[in-house]
Structures are given as structure tokens and as C-alpha cells.
Design a protein around this ligand. Structure first.
Ligand code: AFP
Length: 338
């Protein structure tokens, strides 16, 4: 089979009427920027890119040098691309306007420039996550409120994992597709088209060290998984936790499974750990387009009306049957279902 490059695939999507020229070119710019981030992360200690940047971000987290470098690479690439009205990042409090003198486009881009940054210094896979929205008509200087659109309005979502291989996973709402970077040629090549995630799984991902802080429905559900064959589920379950959402989700996109970051007593005041606009929504779109499910434990993530650019939410995503069961346990506990 002749290899299909990302560029060819984007042309096919345009011919199929799934995307327009501007969105196609925007994805090319984002993919190119991610190749540069991949080069920077690949240098490790030799590139002087490990360790703290000495600055903090809007999340109140200490920034890693590569958080700052990745953010700058994405901002710079998209400033002159001409396909954006503005962009928003996990690393910045407010949206970034397109500098005067550069052409503006009709799209809004949200991104987590380097997800899993606490894993960088220990050489574990990290990634970039992005989501594309339409800029409301007539808006020339988009503010945070113009980004607050439900996940169902996303035009595109994707992530790039910087691991042993550099892999891009992408959806425009017509299936989820995977591209692997051919480092010799420097092109992303289609490696899996129209991915389907198995509905059943025996593999779950959660930070077990938070167990004592979980709410009762989560204690019940995970308790049943851990009881395995001897418990009500009648089968054994295995656990994985990379602590890079992008890597844990890519495992699920590759072989199925579930990923949970529930609400717990430690993060109750924040509403969750993971960010809705540039972690939960894009991952939910990708997972749903591959036949999986994504909820907050109580409702479909993509139907949430966002209330803030850096809003946090509980995340339950992956193989449909398990996500539906754990969501049922939460809704049952709320008395929303019997
Ligand atoms: P960092 O980007 O600060 O490393 O956070 C990673 C993350 O947002 C997500 O990628 C992980 O799934 C989750 O946090 C890990 O959380 P714990 O540190 O609680 O395991």
C-alpha cells in the first residue's frame, strides 16, 4: 500500500467536504510546530532543555523549560500562519491575539503545549494536545468568552505523543486517524485510519494514591475492579498509569482501556484536576470518534457549557461499557437513575 502523508490525507478530507482549506492549512502548521517540539524534547540533557524554567503558569504550577519552549514554538508558528483569529494555551492566562501586520483567520486554537511535563526530566512520553473552534462571526479581537463553546462545536482535535515514535492522532468528526512521523523524511504518514476502540476492556488507568479521597461511587467501582474474578465483575482487571494523559489516552486509542481522573476531596474546590478546554474536550472528541465514551462521571464531557478558559472537570473516558458503568454508579448515587 502506498504510504499516505498527512498532506495527502488533508487534501482527501477537503475533497470529501469534511474540512475547508483554512482548517487544513492550520493543521499543517500545528503538525509542523509539533515536529519542532519533538526535536526539542528529543535533545534531553544535551539540549539544556531539562529542568525548571523558574517561572509559574496560570495553573499555579512551576513551569518546565520545555513547557515554555513548546508554548513559544506553537505561538510563533500560528502567529504568521494566517489561519487563526486567536489562540489560548494552558501556559497563558488570557488568549493570545494575532500580532498586527499578520493576516487573521476564522479559527480559534486551544492547546496544552506539553502535557505530562512532570515526566520530562525522567524521559517518559509527553505530548501536545489541541482543539480547534470557529471564531464567532464579526469578532476581530477574540476574548476568553469567545472560546467558551461546548466540545460538540469542535471542528478538529488532536494530540501528538513524543515517545519512542512521534505519533499524531487527529479527528475532524469523521473518524479518528493516526499518523506516525517518518523521521528520515520528516513527514507524518497515515499509520491507522478510522480507529475503533474495543467496547469492553480489562485495563484501567487511575492515580491509585488518591483512593482515600475518592467519592463513594468511585470507591465502589474501583473496588469491584480490584476484586477481579473473586468479585461481582467475575474477571481480573490490570492497571496502568503513566501520569501523562496523552500517553495513557494513546494506549487506549491503540488497544482499548479506560482512563479516570475523578473528582476527589483534594480537588473538590477546583472542580477536577484536568482542564476542559485543552485536555478533556479534545480527548473526548477523539475517543468518541473512535467508538469510545467520555463523561464527567455524570454527563457527556462534550455537552458541557464551559464557564472558564482554564476550567477543570472530572474525566472518565475510553472503552464504552466501562465508562457507561462507572457513570451509572455516579448517577445512581446521585439518585438521578435507579
Ligand atoms: P503535568 O503536565 O503537570 O505533568 O500534569 C499532567 C496531567 O495534567 C495529566 O497529563 C496527567 O494525566 C495528570 O496530570 C497526572 O496527575 P497526577 O500527577 O495526579 O498523577
Amino acid at each position: 500500500m502506498k504510504p499516505v502523508s498527512l498532506i495527502q490525507f488533508l487534501i482527501e478530507e477537503r475533497r470529501a467536504g469534511h474540512i475547508n482549506a483554512e482548517l487544513s492549512l492550520l493543521i499543517e502548521v500545528v503538525a509542523r510546530a509539533c515536529k519542532r517540539i519533538g526535536v526539542a524534547t528529543g535533545k534531553g540533557a544535551l539540549g539544556g532543555v531539562l529542568g525548571e524554567a523558574g517561572t509559574g503558569n496560570i495553573q499555579g504550577e512551576a513551569q518546565k523549560k520545555l513547557d515554555v519552549i513548546s508554548n513559544e514554538i506553537l505561538l510563533e508558528a500560528n502567529a504568521w500562519g494566517g489561519h487563526l483569529a486567536a489562540c489560548a494555551s494552558e501556559e497563558m492566562e488570557d488568549p493570545q491575539q494575532i500580532p498586527d501586520g499578520y493576516p487573521k483567520g476564522k479559527h480559534l486554537l486551544l492547546f496544552d503545549p506539553l502535557d505530562g511535563s512532570s515526566n520530562i526530566d525522567v524521559n517518559v512520553s509527553v505530548g501536545t494536545i489541541f482543539s480547534v473552534l470557529r471564531c464567532p462571526d464579526g469578532v476581530t479581537e477574540p476574548k476568553a468568552e469567545h472560546f467558551l463553546q461546548p466540545g460538540t462545536t469542535q471542528l478538529a482535535a488532536g494530540y501528538v505523543v513524543y515517545g519512542p515514535a512521534t505519533v499524531l492522532v487527529l479527528t475532524f468528526g469523521h473518524g479518528t486517524h493516526e499518523f506516525t512521523l517518518d523521521r528520515e523524511v520528516g513527514s507524518f504518514i497515515l499509520s491507522r485510519r478510522a480507529i475503533r476502540i474495543p467496547e469492553q476492556t480489562a485495563e484501567f488507568a487511575i492515580n491509585m494514591s488518591n483512593q482515600r479521597h475518592w467519592q463513594a461511587p468511585m470507591q465502589r467501582y474501583i473496588g469491584e475492579l480490584l476484586a477481579g474474578k473473586t468479585g461481582p465483575r467475575g474477571k481480573d482487571f490490570n492497571m496502568r498509569w503513566v501520569a501523562s494523559m496523552v500517553a495513557d489516552v494513546h494506549r487506549i486509542v491503540t488497544r482499548g482501556g479506560v482512563f479516570y481522573y475523578p473528582l476527589d476531596a483534594k480537588i473538590l474546590d477546583k472542580g477536577g484536576k484536568l482542564r476542559l478546554m485543552y485536555e478533556a474536550n479534545p480527548m473526548a472528541f477523539i475517543i468518541e470518534q473512535a467508538g469510545g465514551a467520555a463523561t464527567t462521571g455524570r454527563q457527556r464531557i462534550m455537552e458541557l457549557q464551559p464557564s472558564g478558559l482554564h476550567q477543570r472537570v472530572p474525566v472518565f473516558l475510553g472503552s464504552k461499557e466501562e465508562v457507561e458503568l462507572v457513570t451509572h454508579y455516579h448517577r445512581e448515587a446521585d439518585g438521578a437513575v435507579s
